[in-house]
Write a protein that binds this ligand. Structure first.
Ligand code: GRF
Length: 205
């Protein structure tokens, strides 16, 4: 009934997941210098490194990654700032038990540099999305979103910080729903059993 978290960098979402008391059995990074590995070490969570650079082909990297994941036999695999595009085969292998957090209100702004693009587009509402991972990059069924206002004078950094605070709230919550088998999915639309809201809105700066 545990979670494996995949990271590439800072690991603040990993830390939020751990702080929330989610049972994390392992952390896997594709980068040896990911700061998040220090968080795993401090919390005594077993960590593995599978460096994508060591593999000539994406499939070979993913085969090793999957082998490491499966050693932990997790109920759920959570991508938390994992900066590798995964093949459709990988998404298929973990279908229904692979989730991601993306720093925009999907389907707006899939891909990178979301905060810069949100500011350039002049949107007044921005946020983050926890979603199931499917073969289509950043387009899987939406589990939970948090929305924040875009404020006059925002820079990509101030906007990113406001979104990140919400990421740390919603990602552990969404993971918990899955561990508790509270999600039902019908034709690509995910609902949570009970009263919990699948949208968090904050008007705080
Ligand atoms: C977060 O903004 C997340 O939404 C995105 O990458 C960033 C990872 O940050 N996918 P951290 O490593 O969790 O601090």
């Amino acid at each position: 009934m545990s979670v494996v978290v995949l990271i590439s960098g800072r690991g603040s979402n990993l830390e939020a997941i751990l702080d929330a008391g989610v049972p994390v059995s392992g952390v896997i990074s594709n980068k040896a210098d990911a700061k998040g590995l220090q968080i795993a070490a401090r919390r005594k969570v077993p960590a593995r490194i599978v460096e994508h650079r060591a593999f000539a082909a994406r499939e070979a990297f993913e085969a090793e990654l999957a082998a490491e994941i499966d050693r932990f036999a997790p109920k759920l695999v959570a991508l938390a700032g994992f900066m590798r595009i995964l093949t459709p085969g990988f998404a298929e292998r973990y279908a229904g038990r692979l989730v991601n957090i993306h720093p925009s209100l999907l389907p707006a702004f899939p891909g990178l540099a979301t905060h810069e693009r949100a500011l350039a587009a002049g949107v007044k509402l921005h946020g983050c999305t926890v979603h199931y991972v499917t073969a289509a990059l950043d387009h899987g069924p939406i589990i939970l979103q948090a929305a924040v206002p875009v404020l006059r004078g925002d820079t990509p950094d101030t906007l990113a910080a406001r979104v990140l605070r919400q990421e740390h709230q919603v990602y552990p919550r969404a993971i918990r729903w899955i561990l508790e088998d509270r999600l039902v999915s019908e034709t690509g639309v995910v609902r949570v059993k009970g009263d919990d809201a699948q949208l968090v809105f904050t008007d705080r700066a």
